[in-house]
Design a binder for this molecule. Sequence first.
Ligand code: NAD
Length: 527
Amino acid sequence: MPPKVLVAEEMSEEGIQVLRQGARVEVALGLKPEELRKRMGGVEAIVVRSQVKLDRPMLEAARGLRVIGRAGVGIDNIDVEAATERGIIVLNAPEESTISAAEHTLALLLSLARQVPQADASMREGKWERRRFLGTQLHGKTLGIIGLGRVGSEVARRAQAFGMQVAAYDPYLTPERAKEFGITLATLDEVVSRADFLTCHTPLTPDTRHLIGPAQFRKMKKGVHVINVSRGGVIDEEALAQALREGKVAGAALDVFETEPPRDSPLRGMDNVVLTPHLGASTHEAQVNVSVAIAQQVIAALRGEPVKNAINMVTLRPEAYEVLKPHLRLAEKLGRLASQLLDSPLQAVEVAFHGDMAERDTEVLATFALKGVLEPIVTDVNYVNAPVIARQRSIQVSKIKTWAIENFTSLMVVRLRSKKGEKSVAGTVFGKDDARIVKIDDYRINAVPSGHMLVCPHIDKPRVIGPATMVLGEASINIAGMQVGRIGDKPGSQAVMVLNVDSPVGEDILRKIKKIDGILDVKLVAL
Ligand code: NAD
């Protein structure tokens, strides 16, 4: 039966169509929290915007919930921590409103430069005030951009097309990336003091709250115009109102506010201010694109495929996923194998990447390995909550990369530590997708990691392997593959036998094998 998705807030028909291709869709808008709580029990995914609150108690009621899709950017209405602990993937769609937000910024920039809203209002009052609305040309002026991310860079391109100089401040952007936009980065003070028009495009974080406050207004040119289409609070509204009153700022245009809608804000009464009610993403195109993008991601996440914008999990681009797929499977299997071979409680996990493997997306690979390690130990572990579960259980997780290795061009090693000692398994991928386990502890083998496997450390001498396989044969258990590995070349030392078997092996059979002279241990692992 396809999974069930609850659409709890407005979503475009195009998005709903995409959901319907992979799920049973229930649309229920405007539910009261109590009604929502009841419905949440029976769904695997939910799509919301910014109004429906998915707090901890609500998520606790949602037993089967696996995916939350936020059709938009901000996730203030979702308790991401509680979702992560429960292994719920939280997705959003930050890219699809970029162009609309950039265009709205330009709309406000032009409105400020030519006082379009004020001139329009004047004409509606029956006036014809051509002198009052003498404008400012954008060509040759400097646009200061605070935050040169998705929206900021699109604004920059459009401003450059108007012949504006662009100066940008973004402490997290490399100068090379800025150069790609034809922009040289500057300090906050430089940008603020050079700008004829200043526009903010950062997220709202503790660092950016009131980033543009009294000190910055003091440094601005007299007659500057200020725009905010990012998040309310990036500009200190009190300080802005003061700077407008003093004439330091000639005009301001705001789409976002510290409180939305803004209550008795002094800005509402100022005629050199242009205000819009958070319309940045409000275009037909952005709404459709956001809905379709979130629907595609929700379906992909439900199918266990890679997603582009997961808030609480390491993500991969779909094309990268295709290439990495055999390595991801290997990582998970190495984790599962090592975990089932370890005897006492797990204390630490180390995932090592050697040679070519170190060049791959090791963050994602390590997460898959960790999921594999935890799976035999904890229920309901997935790629989202694996790191959280490890932390909660005080299991140390580390990752190392080295380029130098002997014999293999590429190797991944999962090493587990417990009070009693260590267990390590190593694997590689030959060719495109031929995954192999090539080492268990110090024993060299060459086993296909699949299905059920028996791992038997034994003394390397005659009449050990034969009797063991006989026991399996007598129990009608087919051996699909067999590998024996020993340390060094000399017989008589310890060795390990790895058998791929076509069906599970019962406890009684394992006991019989264990009794064979020379067998040191036998473990059945399921990969
Ligand atoms: P983004 O993450 O692509 O870009 C944000 C940029 O800000 C990044 O380059 C980051 O390095 C930079 N930044 C972070 N902290 C900074 C700091 N302290 N000083 C200077 N720069 C800093 O985000 P985006 O998609 O471009 O969105 C930008 C903002 O616009 C966000 O707040 C987003 O929520 C908002 N937005 C609003 C609307 C709307 O309807 N008004 C629509 C879309 C986006």
